[in-house]
Design a protein around this ligand. Structure first.
Ligand SMILES: Nc1nc2c(ncn2[C@@H]2O[C@H](COP(=O)(O)OP(=O)(O)OP(=O)(O)O)[C@@H](O)[C@H]2O)c(=O)[nH]1
Ligand SMILES: [Mg+2]
Length: 402
């Protein structure tokens, strides 16, 4: 009896220590991680330039105030943007006044803010005023004021002024989703040249990181490694689920689960691999329903550990029977809709076993996705052309030409 009590006491102390260490890591993250260059949201105050004055006596026109644009550029990051504009106030220059020598005043200089692809520009009201989806995309975020002249009774206009947010959502082909410690970063390291931090404690990855998978025919597929999700992430437990915005634009989700399951601390319930799949499904659905309908692949990791073959076999059967057994899934694990996995593959990311198979499978899914997209685009164009022909025909019929 005494032994049991001492053991319980020890377990409780150990679990308190683990919870404290875990909380300390979340509240004051490892400096190695916070060094990351990754910033995914920036708020700026932007103002277009004032219009120049027109020369009243000669009917001259002041120059147009400069505009402020956001422009997609390769290699740009939101951190570089802040470093260049630490005050976060951006103002384009005013248009020049018209003079006797130059009745049309010169326009003010535009300002271009360089951002990476994947940035949405939002007003404080939440309205999206533009998106930079690829390099070269340009969004006008503050118009310069018109110069004074006969057209406006020589009253030059002020430029637009408002606060905007630049919200970056990574654009990657594949997004890694999983509980902490499942081996997501180890997988990224195995398939790319990225060198993410890997450690045996949860929440090692605090910020998303991109890696590129290279194929023999020079095809490249980008993979986004994300922080771990845990149950209750939608209540902001763990790192919350706000980083899931980064999988919204990925084409395929790669679920990574630890075959031995997960337990955050002794205070938390132990979850089997099957339960972690159900909980990931649930957290994704609670973040955004559409995410569970994305093309997905399930990899079951750490298969180098002893006795895992049986667990894998059972897990595979359970996942394949998921839809039929949905009604018997306990409420805390159940979702409205379940992910339809393209395949379930067992791997050892650490020993690089079966990772090439996953790489090939991802490529197959993306290729299929590409051709479906092209087909849909063709179909769309065809329908548009048919509609156009029909409306032209009916125009002619209306005019009695046919
Ligand atoms: N035995 C075994 N251990 C693995 C394998 N893959 C990863 N690990 C170990 O599992 C631990 C967690 O690996 P990470 O790659 O950091 O896991 P993660 O999913 O990125 O974790 P978070 O960043 O915390 O979400 C590390 O100690 C890895 O060495 C594997 O295939 N086999
Ligand atoms: Mg990680």
């Amino acid at each position: 009896m005494g032994i049991v009590t001492a053991d319980r006491l020890f377990q409780r102390q150990l679990s308190t220590i683990m919870t404290m260490r875990y909380a300390a890591r979340i509240l004051s993250p490892n400096p190695q991680n916070t060094k990351s260059n990754f910033i995914d949201k920036v708020r700026l105050y932007v103002r277009g330039g004032h219009g120049g004055n027109g020369k009243v006596k000669y009917g001259g026109k002041g120059g147009q105030g400069g505009h402020v644009y956001v422009v997609g550029e390769k290699g740009a990051t939101l951190r570089k943007l802040i470093r260049k504009n630490p005050s976060k106030r951006i103002q384009a220059s005013a248009g020049c006044d018209s003079t006797l020598r130059a009745l049309l005043g010169a326009p003010g200089e535009n300002v271009e803010l360089m951002v990476p692809a994947g940035v949405s520009v939002c007003l404080d009201s939440g309205e999206i005023i533009g998106e930079v989806n690829q390099f070269g995309d340009r969004v006008l975020i503050a118009r310069g004021g018109e110069g004074g002249g006969p057209q406006n009774r020589f009253l030059p206009q002020q430029g637009d002024a408002h606060s905007i947010s630049l919200d970056l959502k990574l654009i990657a082909d594949v997004g890694l989703v999983g509980f902490p410690n499942a081996g997501k970063s180890t997988f990224l390291k195995a398939v790319s040249r990225a060198s993410p931090k890997i450690a045996s404690y949860p929440f090692t990855t605090l910020k998303p990181q991109l890696g590129i998978m290279n194929y023999n025919d020079h095809r490249k597929i980008s993979v986004a490694d994300l922080p771990g999700l845990i149950e209750g992430a939608h209540y902001n437990i763990g790192l919350g689920h706000s980083f899931l915005k980064h999988v919204e634009r990925t084409r395929v989700l790669l679920f990574v689960v630890d075959v031995t399951g997960f337990r955050l601390s002794l205070n938390h319930q132990e979850r089997s691999a099957y339960e972690t799949v159900l909980l990931l499904n649930k957290e994704l659905e609670l973040y955004k329903e559409e995410l569970v309908t994305k093309p997905s692949l399930l990899v079951v990791n750490k298969m180098d550990l002893r006795g895992t073959e049986d667990i894998f076999r059972r897990l595979k059967d359970q996942i394949l029977a998921l839809k039929e057994s949905a009604s018997s899934i306990p409420h805390d694990l159940a979702s409205e809709e379940y992910v339809n996995f393209d395949d379930i593959i067992s791997i050892s990311a650490k020993n690089q076993e079966n990772v090439d198979e996953v790489k090939e499978k991802l490529r197959m899914i993306i290729d299929r996705y590409d051709s479906l997209e092209k087909e849909a685009e063709l179909q769309d164009n065809l329908e548009k052309a048919q509609d156009l022909t029909k409306s032209r025909l009916s125009e002619h019929t209306g005019k009695g030409l046919v």
